[in-house]
Design a protein around this ligand. Structure first.
Ligand code: NAD
Length: 295
């Protein structure tokens, strides 16, 4: 049986590690917040006191941390674990971070002969709990083959985007597009409502017309149109505005690094930043609707 060391047990990492335990892997866990480990030790996870302890004897190391800074510090910082990871281990970073930092960490792994994948996820907390996440993977195909059965215990779709860092690039492109289509959908719905249309009727018309998109299909931002979406629950739960702002910041960095033009992504970042500054940081990203609704 493979032994897994799992680092970062927040909204996503906790249910992901839980699904590995359900799949009968031996899972050692570590989070800087001791209380984050408790729900996992109750179902067979082995709590560790620090990151070095959690990787000791691990065949596979998985990290699920907030942002670039934490990932760089975990692997390459003064107390970083890269020098002590067993070269036969496979390392999978599932955090959404800057492609440049992802490549830097993967380069340090490669220098020690350690196989490393970037494998950011799509599907949110619901997907993490249900074990139906989409993994968007960067790294060598042969290393992905070694990781496949583990990823399948936490998700149902696995894409190989390309070399190291490519998983991050694909994830950032997807979330930038998502922010643009969500903002555009909210804007169109509000224009219709302000001109006397019923949001439900307009949504159905656009869903079957050339404006159809994922938000209209499954994640309508206008309250009262769909059940079981954050808009039906005061925009609680779901994918937080703060995380969308972070991902749009990564899109801006990636655009600057490659002199790419992202006018709509830049506008969406500013809209989300403005929205977050009004206290919506911990609301679902479909709450961008209220930026148009509030007069
Ligand atoms: P979170 O803030 O809920 O969890 C992060 C956890 O990491 C926390 O428990 C924190 O204590 C821990 N941590 C921070 N630094 C650490 C360190 N040095 N060592 C050990 N533990 C440390 O974040 P989340 O919602 O679980 O998201 C994790 C990543 O997944 C982020 O990069 C996010 O962008 C991405 N993501 C999140 C969602 C979502 O819907 N929440 C969806 C897709 C992708």
């Amino acid at each position: 049986m493979k032994k897994i060391g799992f680092i970062g047990l927040g909204n996503m990492g906790r249910p992901m590690a839980g699904n590995l335990l359900k799949a009968n892997y031996e899972v050692a866990v570590y989070d800087i917040l001791p209380e984050a480990m408790k729900p996992l030790t109750e179902v067979g996870g082995i709590a560790c006191n620090n990151a070095r302890e959690v990787i000791s004897g691990a065949d596979v190391v998985i990290s699920m941390l907030p942002a670039s800074q934490q990932v760089e510090s975990l692997y390459l910082g003064d107390e970083g674990i890269m020098p002590t990871i067993d070269p036969s281990s496979l390392v999978i970073d599932c955090s959404t971070i800057s492609p440049a930092i992802s490549r830097k960490v993967a380069g340090a792994a490669q220098a020690r002969g350690i196989a490393m994948l970037d494998a950011p996820v799509s599907g949110g907390v619901g997907g993490a709990v249900a074990g139906s996440l989409t993994f968007i993977v960067g790294g060598q195909e042969t290393d992905l083959d070694k990781a496949r059965s583990i990823l399948e215990s936490m998700g149902s779709n696995i894409f190989h985007a390309g070399a190291a860092g490519a998983g991050q690039v694909a994830k950032i492109c997807n979330n930038m597009l998502l922010s643009v289509l969500m903002s555009g959908t909210a804007e169109a719905l509000q224009l219709g409502v302000n001109n006397g249309l019923d949001a439900k009727v307009l949504s159905e018309i656009m869903r079957k017309s050339s404006g159809a998109n994922w938000a209209l299909e499954v994640y309508n931002p206008y309250p009262g149109v769909m059940e079981n979406v954050p808009a039906a629950n005061n925009y609680d739960g779901g994918f937080l505005v703060d995380l969308m702002i972070k991902d749009l910041g990564l899109a801006m960095e990636s655009a600057l690094a490659t002199e790419s033009s992202i006018p709509l992504g830049a506008l969406a970042r500013n809209l989300y930043r403005l929205h977050g500054s009004k206290g919506a940081g911990d609301k679902d990203f479909s709450s961008i609707q209220t930026l148009f609704t509030d007069k």
